[in-house]
Design a protein around this ligand. Sequence first.
Ligand SMILES: Cc1cc2nc3c(=O)[nH]c(=O)nc-3n(C[C@H](O)[C@H](O)[C@H](O)COP(=O)(O)OP(=O)(O)OC[C@H]3O[C@@H](n4cnc5c(N)ncnc54)[C@H](O)[C@@H]3O)c2cc1C
Length: 351
Amino acid sequence: MKDTYDSIVAGSGPSGAAAAKKLTDGGFKTLVLEKKKLPRYKMCSGIIFKKSQEITEQHFGTIPDSVYAKPNILKGVRFWRNDENYSDWPFSKNSEGAPNIWRSEYDYWLVSNSGADIMDCCEFKGFELEDDVIIVHYFDSLKNKMLRAKCRYLIGAEGCKSSIRAMLAPEFERNVKWFIAYQNYYEGQSRLDPDFYHGFLDQKYGEVYAWFSVKDGLQVFGTSVRKGGKIFPFLKEYQGMLEKVHGLSLKKPVRKVSCLGNNMCTTGNFYLGKGNILLAGEAAGFLNAFGEGISCALSSGLSAAEAICAGSNSGNDVISIYHELTKKERRQTSVSWKMGAKIAGRDLMPL
Ligand SMILES: Cc1cc2nc3c(=O)[nH]c(=O)nc-3n(C[C@H](O)[C@H](O)[C@H](O)COP(=O)(O)OP(=O)(O)OC[C@H]3O[C@@H](n4cnc5c(N)ncnc54)[C@H](O)[C@@H]3O)c2cc1C
């Protein structure tokens, strides 16, 4: 097999890119497999919180202008308790605000600067263990072929619906509960302040919460409900309120998308991996309250790579090292959901 690597990362989101960067910096020959064509679309509000910005700048450099959407900087979150009353939560104390970016461009910039080999249109499909070698099976959709590559360490960074987690821990997987999020992008306008990200907490607009922001003039709004529930009645109610109360006027639809999320983050049920296979980002359960997940994706990706570097040098168990390295991040994730519940005045993940 000609494709032999020290480490393979499945998924090229922020967790995968951060892991790949740290591994290549540590001298590990690394391959990133990405199932979609890059740069790939990712459903996200694209707000780079302070911690994400700091990690990005430290490991990848200054975020390039090309990844920004307009308005470039958002001042904070405006939480609407009901249709008329809100409170503002600034993104930074010194009013610097937070970058408003397109995930397709930001994620692609990250992974392109990781130093790893990148293979897009290549979906991780499974693995076999042969002594201390992991044989990874992936499907190359351009060649329409199943292929294999070898490595010593594998990182699952494929997002919340991680196939590696499902393979390693089917029993754990059965107990995970899911929500569905739906997001619209429309040409149009509204009276909502475009310099804020808006969160609508009234549960008649969504069982988790509903949101609104502006990106390059597009009106971006969405909501979320438990999987199996009906999302469109909530969306209709929400859109109707935005039109009536905030003057939302929609012209041409540009994109309508949905994705899944789960309750691993709120229940503190992280799954970090097994043997020399580690999970990072949402695959491991890292997601903060109100769906902020880039900071913990970056941080857990770096920790997974650091654990591999340390374990490979010392011969110690990489999962134990990874557990230790992510202690603070896991605690912070749990605390963020408690704080989120305080702000919302209710359970934010009623699954
Ligand atoms: C509506 C919404 C808004 C959000 N807004 C924000 C925000 O403003 N700020 C913020 O910080 N967070 C936000 N988040 C959360 C954030 O998007 C995620 O937490 C973050 O992307 C997680 O990063 P990740 O690297 O773990 O996974 P992802 O970014 O999901 O990346 C996983 C990658 O793996 C690839 N993949 C999947 N399966 C395979 C496979 N089998 N083989 C190869 N590749 C595979 C996927 O195509 C994808 O590219 C939002 C989330 C949602 C749903």
